[in-house]
Design a protein. Structure first.
Length: 424
């Protein structure tokens, strides 16, 4: 492995607040030093960044990959390629595959497949319950020992309160946490869009927004009882965010993330029964979108995740109510987040913090920062490069993007994993 020297970069490190010109030196896959006046040691390969932004690789908390069981939608290899193109170097994989990741051997299988790509660190979640069916708890100790990063049933809510209480207690005992899909299952059953005027006009069965807040309120109460850590995925409503904000003020172990559709799109994107915009949770009214933007800015939201949910064409070419929910998100994670920077809602460092250092801290990982001695997981970003999201032209297998046709500003031009270039 060659030593690398990045010169003439705009160094961005949200963890330390660094934003300024400088160089960065890599040796043996680790960051050796960064700053000004590093010189050029013998035998070093120099890369002229020409003023482009050099930042830590993204840490994505949530992606449904498909493998094992649904390789026709996405494989670990194709997801890794899409992630690298989007600047992602650490990716957390949901366990509700077929079979579910409720067995240590399956967790190790996913870890090995991720390592084999050579371009990402793939971290599997362990199933919170056996087969992700919400009943009997999985073996948390064995799954954690095998490499599970935390526990969740993925896109399925843990609906039974007693089961969730036990899950929080057991996860706490193993120094881990539970990720919840915050949607009360009986209220959401059969729904296709957010309940309200638009769903009624389109003739679609509705999911009341209260389904999210009710589950959040219940699980905050369970976190208070157990002392366990609950993390709410893809939070999308003002009511739920208000509850999370209050729980944090109380000092409870409560965290959350959201995904780009919930701060960039609102429910009008499903107009004319556009199935690419059918997501889980469903897109919300504009007031909720604005609440998500505000929660990103005030620190209530701990991370932005891609919430990548690959679907093939047959999953989407159905009447809206029958089409599967989900949108591809790996390649668009950074670009859509940067739209909030260009729009003045977030500073550049604050946006990158939600994509790097903060999710890494949540997972207890020594990544997502530019610091001496850490792995050289990096992305080179051209903030001014414009591009358009187009179905059929995204990296990876999944093309079911809710952002089809969206013009974005800011694109990754290079990605390095442990000092080795894996994209660009």
């Amino acid at each position: 492995m060659h030593d690398l020297l990045f010169t003439g970069a705009r160094l961005l490190d949200p963890a330390s607040g660094l934003d300024g010109p400088g160089d960065l030196l890599i040796r043996d896959g680790l960051i050796l030093d960064h700053g000004s006046g590093l010189g050029r040691p013998d035998g070093v390969t120099a890369i002229d960044c020409a003023g482009l932004c050099l930042a830590p690789g993204l840490v994505d908390l949530r992606a449904d990959i498909g493998e094992p069981g649904h390789e026709h939608r996405e494989t670990i290899a194709t997801a890794a390629a899409a992630a690298s193109a989007g600047g992602i170097t650490t990716l957390c994989a949901l366990p509700d595959t077929d079979p579910a990741l409720d067995d240590p051997a399956l967790v190790q299988f996913v870890l090995r497949r991720g390592e084999a790509t050579g371009c990402i660190t793939l971290l599997p979640y362990g199933a919170a319950t056996k087969r992700c069916e919400g009943g009997e708890l999985a073996e948390y100790g064995l799954l954690k020992e095998a490499g599970a990063v935390a526990f969740t049933d993925g896109r399925r809510a843990i609906g039974n309160a007693r089961t969730m209480r036990l899950a929080l207690s057991y996860a706490r005992a193993f120094g881990s946490f539970v990720v919840q899909h915050p949607e009360e299952p009986s209220l959401a059953a059969g729904g296709a869009a957010t309940e309200g005027e638009l769903a009624t006009r389109l003739g679609l069965p509705g999911i009341p927004p209260a389904a999210e807040a009710m589950m959040v309120a219940r699980d905050i109460a369970l976190a208070r009882i157990t002392g366990g850590h609950v993390h709410f995925a893809h939070v999308s409503t003002a009511a739920a965010l208000g509850l999370i904000r209050a729980a944090k003020a109380e000092g409870l172990a409560v965290t959350c993330d959201t995904a780009p559709p919930y701060f960039d799109l609102n429910e009008t994107a499903i107009g004319d029964w556009r199935t690419y915009a059918k997501l889980s949770p469903p897109l919300r009214p504009e007031a909720d979108r604005l609440a998500v933007v505000a929660a990103l800015a005030d620190g209530t939201i701990d991370a932005i995740a891609s919430d990548h949910q690959p679907r093939d064409a047959d999953d989407k070419r159905l009447p809206f109510a029958q089409a599967e929910a989900g949108g591809a998100g790996l390649a668009t994670l950074l670009g859509v987040t940067l739209a909030r920077v260009h729009g003045g809602d977030l500073s550049l460092l604050a946006a990158l913090d939600l994509l790097t250092a903060r999710p890494a801290k949540l997972l207890g990982l020594p990544v997502g920062r530019l610091a001496k001695g850490v792995a050289a997981d990096l992305m080179l970003l051209d903030l001014d490069r414009g591009w358009q999201v187009k179905d059929g032209q995204l990296p990876g297998k999944a093309q079911n993007t809710p952002f089809d046709g969206r013009a974005l500003e800011g694109r990754v031009v290079g990605t390095w994993k442990a000092g080795r270039r894996v994209f660009g």
